[in-house]
Design a protein around this ligand. Sequence first.
Ligand code: V47
Ligand code: SF4
Length: 564
Amino acid sequence: MHITFNDPNLAPLAEKVEKRERLDFEDGLTLYTSRDILGIGKLADHVRRQRHGKRAYYVYNQHLNYTNVCANRCRFCAYARDEGESGAFTFTLEDVRRQLLSRIDEPITELHVVGGLNPALGFDYYMDLLRTLKEIRPHATIKAFTAVEIDYLSKLSGLSISETIGQLKAAGLAMMPGGGAEVISARIHHKLFPRKIDGDRWLEIIEAVHEAGIVTNATMLYGHIENAAERVNHLIRVRELQDKTRGFSAFIPLAFHSKNTRLSHLPATTAFDDLKNIAAARLMLDNFDHIKAYWVMIGEKLAQVALNFGADDLDGTIIEEKITHMAGARSAKGLTREAMEGMIRAAGFSPVERDSFYHPAAAPKRDQRPGMEISEERKETRYSFPIPSRALPPGPISEEEALSLFRNADLLDLGKIAHSRRMALHPEKIVTFVVDRNINYTNICTSGCRFCAFYRSPGDPGGYRISNESLKQKIEETLALGGTQILLQGGMNPDLCLEDYKEMLRFIKERFPIHIHGFSPPEIFFIAKKEGISVEAVLTALIDAGLNSIPGGGAEILVDEIRK
Ligand code: V47
Ligand code: SF4
């Protein structure tokens, strides 16, 4: 392994990783405080590759949230309601049956079942719930109940944790999800979920569950009021339990979503933090096989990136998950298998549909459905990306080098090369932006580009040309918001001549102190052709009338074949 770090503090960690030595608390803090996200990503990716190559797992699953009535009312929860409150619901067994049957044609291999702590439900309800699930979906793995629910069920039944698990297993329970762990910190517990079991109890219950022969996952809810030390501590406590029981299957960092919660004032987690947590989990949790980037929480695009930062699993296709969806996480409806596999392939990884226990999802379980077999091709790693053996020379790169980087470079290597070039050009580490507004002065266009959803042909309904009044109002609004620029672009409208463009520019410049970034090359060329004058003459006239700079649009024509 050869990684060049921007942050020298990471080098000792890399040595440990290379020697397969365990990272300690201080190392964890170094990971969380370092700004060298690409260096951390490379390190985590190294570990991920050793274990999983370019494979990326997912499961075809359905969620069932059987009740949202909950006595705990954790401050970070958008899902829970009091009995009788508007939006409160509890599924009867008939509701459960209906929900499952509505998806019975889908090749689901896992049912993910969690809910609130509803005082109206007896232990029998839970047993009947499992039996109903088993009856309707005999081949699916029932992954049900967090440690929070198990603690509750043990109290409800008057049985020990292991006896409770024994009963639930007999009714169909096969695995447990990793929820309810939040952050294992007394401070956080006190502030955010005092009525819920605390971190110590969560670990104690999970230990008993593992001993009773049930595999579970583990989560960590981050991005609210917890600090770096609390995150590292969480990872280490979970790791210690894994040393003892080996009962954890995967670790899932859960990005906090604040919508509809009592913490709704908190900002969303950043992509930087999401990737950092995934990479830190991969590096700290040396005894965990799998780290999930739960796409529902971080979105498809970031999940694709996360596969380069230590994650090897995107979790499920997810149908009708409510708990995180109600807090603002992505899709309750879910993805098709094709969309999930497409997302993984597009990121340069090889999709592996798995069952709950990370065996390739076996076709026979899903019986008579045609076309569902896992091909040999899909099971194996199909992509391998050699790391460029040398750093790029300073100065422009050749076409061959560019092509080779495009085709072969690993995402983070490319990122590191680009970042070093950026730092050489702009060592100040500032990021620029402009407060501006896009104004499309006309959508009437004769070009007819096939990729365009914006244009209307001359004479078509819906065609427009902006009025001076509307233009004025849009610019006033922009200035009122502190804007300094407008991006002025439109179609190639045969009713417009050079004089109209000049008039529009003068109209703006006479009234407003604003930078006009306008008219991409196709518009300039269009005017020149229409007027029968040179491009230079058009540019001179527009600049004289107030044009300040020209946007880069319309460049899709640079390759003849694509243009045609
Ligand atoms: O237990 C609740 C968390 C968990 C919010 O084990 C919130 O395979 C973010 O545990 N913002 C449920 N998170 C999700 C979960 C899970 C998901 C996917 C796979 C697996 C698995 C487990 O979500 C809850 C709680 O910890 N949560 N509210 C919120 N506002
Ligand atoms: Fe209840 Fe779970 Fe929501 Fe807490 S997170 S209020 S235990 S449903």
